[in-house]
Each structure stands twice: as structure tokens, then as C-alpha cells.
Design a protein around this ligand. Structure first.
Ligand SMILES: [Zn+2]
Length: 300
């Protein structure tokens, strides 16, 4: 049995946990974390890591996996969106804290894709897309069993696929990106447009209203599915994956958007190539990000 320290660094929350297991069977046995915005500076992040680790028994750990938003190579956190982080020598800081332990870092969505391949719905699947939909949208592409990174490491930016010409303003500066239209805040904006109410209603509350039968809420999630299905069909016509896995907070409203996603996806895929693609929610559950961090250490 091995014990792995898993750390998930996010802009809106930071989690740490211990996983125990062996081979492709690992289980998160303890988690600590805060659903508070992390101060996204080098010092702020290291302070938070120290705070979380102080709450865990670390005398027995065999390895450490860390997932980050943005781009990293094996030692350096090169860039994080919407923060000042540039070329953060995070591996030096981690090695000082965990001397002699194997440590792995990776982009959070890529880590989830790797974990899905080891622990989840993509065991033995060589080609798949992993999409996370929460406050933003990120994607990981696994081709022939390996993460596809692209020339500069920025592959899989599904969030910035254009899905609505001249649509909502995206954080990247463009309009109509899938992230601006379909991530949590985009769901809220669309609902506000349908209801004409200026009140900001979180996507999770809109899902609750949809489940209670409210028509504007139901239509908001039907539209979510239509837009996602359209974009994923275009992506599939390029990549020809076996599976598409969707995780992140919005994926918990699967029942509300999946029927229209499937319908719009099937309408425009190139059928000869892509009829057999399966679209499924993540099998990693709510702890996907921590399982991602665990998976990194196994891969290494
Ligand atoms: Zn964008």
C-alpha cells in the first residue's frame, strides 16, 4: 500500500488530501481544504499549501502530486490565467518541503484526463477528450494514450472555441467563447436574459429550479446542451475520439443538459467516423481533481 499526498491548487479553492492504495486502486482517505479564493501569488499559494499540509499526517507519504491551473512543465509553473504567476519555480519550493519524495506537477485538467485513464471511465481507452465545466471550461486531449500538448503546451483550450458569433464577452478578450456562454457564469447570464431579471442566480440554483420544473431554468440547461453538443461534434470531427468525458461542477446537472447535447452532437457529427463516440460524466466523482494529482505520481 502506498500513501500519496494530493494537492489541487485552484483560484476559487484549494484542496489537499491523502490517498491510499496500490496499482489502479486508490482511495482518498482524508481531505482538507478551503472554498475560499486563494491569493494567486507565489507566496500566497505556498502559504496555503503549508496551512493545509499542517492539518494532515505527512510522516508516511510516498509521493506528492500537485495540480495547477494554467501551464506547467516538469519543474516550472509557467503561467496561470487571470493572475500574475509567470515562471514560478514551484518544484524547488516543493522539494524543500518534501525532501527525497517523488513529486509531480501538471495542469489540473490534464491531470483529470490522466486519472480518468487510470482509475475511471477511460481505462484502456487510447483516444479521448476530458472536458471540465465549472467557473471556466478546460479540456484535456489524450491521443494514442498520451496527453496531447500542442506546440506551446496550450492544446485543449475548448473554453475558447467560438460558439456564438459576437456573443458574451470572454475573459480572453474575444466574444462568444464556449467558456463565456457555457461555464457557470455563462449559464447565469443566459438565464438572466431569458427571465429579464438582473439578479445573478448561480448555475447550481438554476439547476434546482429546473428540477422543480421552472421553464426558463429548463430552457437554460437545454440550450447549454445544444451549444456543448455542437462544439463537441466539431471537435470530434477533427480528433475522432472514442469517448468524451465531462467533469466539473456543471456536470452534476447532467440530466438537465445531456439530452439536448446528445441530440445536437448526433445531428452534426460526420457519422461515418464518429457514430460510436460515447459521451459520459466523469467516473472520478467529486474528488476528480485530487485523483488527478494521485494519478500524476503513478505515471511518474
Ligand atoms: Zn475566450
Amino acid at each position: 500500500m502506498k500513501t500519496i499526498l494530493a494537492i489541487d491548487i485552484g483560484g476559487s479553492k484549494m484542496l489537499a488530501g491523502l490517498a491510499r492504495g496500490e496499482g489502479d486502486e486508490f482511495e482518498i482517505v482524508q481531505t482538507v481544504g478551503e472554498a475560499l479564493p486563494t491569493e494567486m501569488t507565489e507566496d500566497g499559494i505556498l502559504r496555503e499549501i503549508d496551512k493545509l499540509c499542517a492539518q494532515l499526517p505527512l510522516d508516511q507519504i510516498d509521493a506528492v502530486g500537485v495540480t495547477i491551473p494554467g501551464l506547467a512543465d516538469e519543474r516550472v509553473w509557467i503561467y496561470a490565467p487571470f493572475s500574475g504567476i509567470q515562471n514560478f519555480q514551484i518544484m524547488d519550493a516543493l522539494e524543500a518541503r518534501f525532501p527525497g519524495k517523488p513529486i509531480a506537477i501538471e495542469n489540473d485538467v490534464n491531470a483529470c484526463a490522466i486519472a480518468e485513464g487510470i482509475f475511471g471511465a477511460c481505462r484502456g481507452v487510447r483516444d479521448f477528450i476530458w472536458l471540465t465545466i465549472s467557473n471556466g471550461i478546460g479540456g484535456g486531449i489524450v491521443l494514442d494514450g498520451k496527453i496531447y500538448r500542442g506546440a506551446l503546451g496550450f492544446s485543449g483550450e475548448f473554453g475558447h472555441l467560438n460558439v456564438v458569433p459576437d456573443g458574451e464577452l470572454c475573459g480572453c478578450g474575444n466574444r462568444g467563447c464556449m467558456e463565456a456562454e457555457c461555464a457557470g457564469p455563462g449559464i447565469s447570464r443566459y438565464y438572466a436574459r431569458l427571465t429579464g431579471s438582473p439578479e445573478f442566480v448561480p448555475a447550481s440554483e438554476i439547476a434546482r429550479r429546473a428540477e422543480a420544473g421552472e421553464e426558463a431554468a429548463l430552457e437554460t440547461y437545454r440550450r447549454e446542451g445544444r451549444v456543448l453538443g455542437h462544439a463537441l461534434a466539431n471537435a470530434s470531427n477533427i480528433l475522432n475520439p472514442s469517448k468524451i468525458i465531462i467533469g466539473g461542477g456543471v456536470s452534476r446537472s447532467w440530466k438537465l443538459f445531456y439530452p439536448t447535447l446528445e441530440e445536437s452532437f448526433r445531428k452534426i457529427i460526420f457519422h461515418r467516423a464518429n457514430d460510436s463516440i460515447l459521451i459520459e460524466p466523469t467516473a472520478l466523482g467529486y474528488e476528480a481533481a485530487l485523483m488527478g494529482a494521485v494519478a500524476l505520481t503513478l505515471q511518474k
